[in-house]
Design a protein around this ligand. Structure first.
Ligand code: FMN
Length: 188
């Protein structure tokens, strides 16, 4: 695949569409190696990840369910919401929790550390297209209630969950974009 094909084929693919086939750990390692090549101002390399495969997904799902209960103002529909969380973890072969570690010297602004981590996620996402892996970045409100479970330090922050599962990337339409012509101005 060319770089243009990979970028144009990238989609959010939800766990309900994943097949039950397992993703080889070597491929997951490659996805993480590519994440690690993201740029960062002053080479702070703020991203880090926790990878949940196999039965560890069940424990993760239960922690998410608990955190979700804490984040809700009303417990209406809680059973439906809890089931959705559990199903998403179950239908994924692998869930990667995405984190950002702020440089202790605060040598660059916070937004730059978040931008760098997002670039690492984009590298993962594009690598998934290449390997025909469906994936989706979820940034639920409840993640802030999982700090203890993830044993996060003061300068560390969870930036969401990257769900992955085998999927043949051919039949999901791209969501329409505003034309780039409306967002660009050329100067000569
Ligand atoms: C920073 C970020 C956070 C996102 N969080 C969520 C989320 O919490 N839930 C969700 O369904 N999609 C989430 N998405 C996926 C977007 O909804 C999706 O990228 C957008 O609709 C465009 O679709 P596409 O990825 O198929 O092009 C997130 C995407 C980004 C970049």
């Amino acid at each position: 695949m060319t770089i243009n094909e990979i970028i144009q084929k990238r989609r959010t693919v939800y766990p309900s569409s994943y097949s039950k086939k397992s993703i080889d750990n070597l491929i997951i390692t490659q996805i993480l190696e590519n994440a690690n090549m993201a740029p960062s101002h002053r080479l702070t390399q703020p991203w880090f990840f926790k990878i949940y495969k196999g039965s560890s997904r069940e424990k993760l799902a239960m922690e998410m369910v608990d955190a979700n209960k804490k984040s809700l103002e009303s417990l209406n529909y809680i059973d439906i919401k809890s089931k959705k969380i559990i199903d998403k973890c179950k239908n994924s072969d692998c869930v990667i929790a995405v984190f950002m570690k702020r440089d202790p010297k605060k040598s660059v602004p916070m937004w730059e550390e978040i931008a760098s981590t997002a670039m690492a996620v984009q590298n993962m996402w594009l690598t998934c297209v290449y390997y025909k892996i469906g994936c989706y970045w979820s940034t639920p409100k409840f993640k802030k209630f999982m700090r203890k479970y993830f044993k996060l330090k003061k300068n560390e922050k969870c930036l969401g969950f990257f769900y992955m599962g085998k999927y043949d990337h051919n039949n999901i339409e791209s969501k329409k974009r505003i034309s780039i012509k409306n967002k660009t101005k050329w100067y000569y």
